[in-house]
Design a protein around this ligand. Structure first.
Ligand code: GLU
Length: 465
């Protein structure tokens, strides 16, 4: 099947989760069918559009691994093209000039409302055959001569058949008095020009679709296949918005999520493939057409996202995770150690995100005097005896010529046995001395990775506590 799709963000903010999911669906669908996926920046709203948001959206797309074909198209650079299409509609009689002022149109809408009808423009200039006078052209708009009876049918990939009564639709404005195209006009021209075969977008656009279909029909152009995916809801089942917390892709990048995990999770919010949940990007591309786009909305579940992220972290090599964790370590103001990969190996099981991984490393990266003791843990293990055990271990460890895990293990257990002690008398104070807490990875592994000097410094500090 020939497939050409696009993602068409308006650069009025960072890429949010709903937009990202739309981009992902179009991208997966296209890559599955080996078609073309284009990016179109819908920046006709010059007051709200900003270059920094375009840059941020492109950066988030790159981060998610969603590549696009050719250069992005900017609507703000294509007004001439849109006007050529408006002219075509005027020439063919599918559009007409209208000189009604916004106030007059508002009055017509009120009159319709008062009669219990759908508020709309009453078609007053339809048959007037107005032409802009050369001296004063900008006062008029161009409107579509829309059918007033019958129905417009949307055959939606996700929603099935949706029928709109044409009597409810307006003779919509296609060109504003300043010569700028309206939103729906620009979208249709671009989708025709760019050869779109499929338009997958959020169902907040579903009310635009019959209007767009009428423009296609007036232009005699083939319709793309439309697919409107339901909005993402917050955990309270209301439309996901800022009040639910982080909604921008960039926030999740900063939180240390892996892009493939976010792509996997967002795909599951609206698409399913049996009960499967974990998908790599390659698997999603392969399976996308075999799954189902769901017509009912799904709620965003941060815990499930965290779980999926941890699952994806498991599939990355320690070296990969080490590289990805570096910026998070720097953010914490900590030094990046030479043995970072080994630290990742030791701690990765305990950290569901890259940021958590960096945080979990803190105790390994600070100096002995900066290590934070959990006060409760310290209170539990601190006693004249425990100080003595730590002091004895310190002298034993200081004699070691090789500070590797197995030598440390032998030394530690040798000390416990030789003195008729139980490990639970020695292990917890040693752990607090090294970690500052009562939980953590294997003690000998910690010590070998800290190295002799840092280990001994921590044992000294414990005895002075
Ligand atoms: N620019 C629109 C938006 O950001 C998308 C329009 C479309 O996909 O047709 O919501």
């Amino acid at each position: 099947m020939k497939v050409i799709t696009r993602f068409a963000p308006s650069p009025t903010g960072h890429l949010h989760l709903g937009g990202a999911r739309t981009a992902i669906f179009n991208w997966l669908f296209t890559r599955h069918y080996q078609g073309k996926f284009y990016l179109r920046i819908e920046d006709t709203d010059t007051l709200r559009s900003r270059q920094e948001y375009t840059d941020s959206i492109l950066a988030s797309m790159n981060w998610l691994g969603l590549d696009w074909d050719d250069e992005p198209v900017y609507q703000s650079q294509r007004f001439d093209l849109y006007n050529q299409y408006v002219d075509r509609l005027l020439e063919s009689g599918h559009a007409y000039w209208c000189s009604c002022s916004p106030e007059e149109v508002e009055k017509m809408r009120e009159e319709a409302r008062a009669k219990g009808e759908k508020p709309k423009y009453n078609g007053c200039c339809r048959e007037r055959g107005l032409r802009p006078s050369p001296g004063n052209p900008e006062k008029m708009v161009v409107r579509l001569r829309a059918p007033q009876t019958g129905v417009t049918v949307l055959n939606d990939m996700v929603k099935g058949e949706v029928v709109f009564n044409n009597s409810e639709l307006d003779d919509m404005v296609l060109r504003r008095p300043d010569g700028a195209p309206t939103y729906n006009m620009a979208v249709v021209v671009d989708d025709i020009e760019m050869g779109m075969t499929h338009v997958i977008r959020g169902d907040d656009h579903v009310s635009n679709t019959p209007k767009q279909i009428l423009i296609y029909q007036a232009l005699g152009a083939d319709l793309p296949v439309f697919g409107h995916v339901p909005m993402i809801l917050g955990p309270d089942k209301q439309k996901l918005s800022k009040r639910h917390g982080a909604t921008a892709v960039i926030d999740y990048e900063k939180e240390g999520l892996l892009p493939e995990a976010l792509v996997n999770y967002l795909t599951l919010l609206g698409w399913s493939h049996g009960n499967d949940e974990f998908f790599t990007l390659e698997q999603l591309v392969k399976e996308f057409a075999n799954g189902k786009l769901n017509p009912s909305p799904s709620a965003f579940d941060p815990e499930k996202l965290a779980w999926l992220n941890h699952e994806h972290m498991k599939t990355r090599t320690a070296q990969d995770l080490a590289d990805l964790t570096v910026p998070f370590i720097k953010d914490l103001g900590l030094p990046v150690p030479g043995n970072l990969t080994a630290l990742v190996e030791m701690l990765r099981e305990r950290a569901p995100t890259l940021k958590d991984l960096a945080a979990a490393m803190t105790f390994m990266l600070v100096n002995a005097d900066e290590l934070e003791y959990d006060p409760k843990a310290l209170e539990k293990v601190l006693s004249p005896e425990s100080r003595q055990y730590i002091s004895a271990l310190q002298s034993r460890f200081s004699e070691l010529s090789s500070f590797d895990e197995s030598s440390l293990h032998e030394e530690l257990h040798g000390y416990v046995e030789a003195n008729g002690l139980k490990f639970k008398q020695v292990g917890p104070p040693l752990r607090v001395a090294l970690v500052g807490a009562l939980t953590g990875p294997d003690l000998c592994r910690i010590m070998s990775l800290l190295g002799k000097e840092q280990t001994l410094a921590r044992l000294t500090r414990f005895q002075q506590s």
